[in-house]
Design a protein around this ligand. Structure first.
Ligand SMILES: Cc1cc2nc3c(=O)[nH]c(=O)nc-3n(C[C@H](O)[C@H](O)[C@H](O)COP(=O)(O)O)c2cc1C
Length: 200
């Protein structure tokens, strides 16, 4: 069984819902299994600490999750057109993996949720791709053979799946957004299996 990491941060649950759809797409591929992980919030109070185990939802990721998985789907809500700080903080701690070249040639894909349709989906997706490109990973977007990429009136971009959550962050995923999440997970799993990355 090949593990694919779905790693995300979510404050209001939208990016978490996308992560579940992407995991569903990954697990539609024979031989692939989704490993879903999140990251802890960060605090401006430097002595603040967080419980080692979250109260609910998936466990927090560690570096073993990255090195043991043959592919990565990375998700974040937008923060001023950029990825959220907790995810950036986690990635900024992966210098050891960068130095060892541990993630070179592994495929990755990115997904995001924003409040508004033009609130920075593409820039957020690209902001998440940048550190992974530095790691030597291979960027997988969404191809236009997915019909929802052309027909969507909500989220969905060639740079990765996206969701428009609305000003109150309460809008559910549309059918197009859900289908694109699943297609993205499926493509990531198929590609990881074809590349046959040795993660032992
Ligand atoms: C500090 C901050 C900055 C934000 N910046 C943007 C933004 O630039 N564009 C936008 O559309 N939404 C912005 N939002 C809204 C969030 O992206 C939205 O709440 C998020 O998509 C919900 O995802 P979640 O449910 O996974 O937390 C911002 C929210 C916060 C708290």
């Amino acid at each position: 069984m090949t593990d694919i990491l779905v790693l995300y941060y979510s404050r209001f649950g939208n990016t978490a819902r996308m992560a579940r759809e992407i995991a569903h797409g990954i697990e539609s591929v024979d031989g692939a299994r989704a490993r879903v992980r999140t990251v802890a919030p960060v605090s401006t109070v430097c002595e603040a600490t967080h419980d080692a185990i979250p109260e609910e939802g998936p466990p927090y990721a560690d570096h073993n999750d990255l090195s043991e998985c043959a592919g990565l789907a990375l998700g974040s809500p937008t923060r001023f057109g950029n990825m959220a700080a907790p995810l950036k903080y986690f990635l900024d701690g992966t210098g050891d993996l960068w130095a060892s070249g541990g993630l070179i040639d592994r495929p990755f894909t990115v997904f995001t949720s924003t409040a508004s349709l033009h609130g920075g989906q593409e820039t957020t997706l690209i902001s998440m791709a940048l550190p992974l490109i530095h790691h030597g990973m291979i960027y997988l977007g969404l191809p236009y053979s997915e019909p929802e990429l052309t027909s969507t009136t909500s989220g969905g971009t060639p740079y990765g799946a996206s969701h428009t959550a609305g000003g109150d962050s309460q809008q559910p995923l549309t059918d197009a957004e859900r289908k694109l999440c699943r297609a993205q997970g499926k493509r990531l799993a198929n590609t990881a299996l074809k590349l046959g990355t040795d993660v032992r």
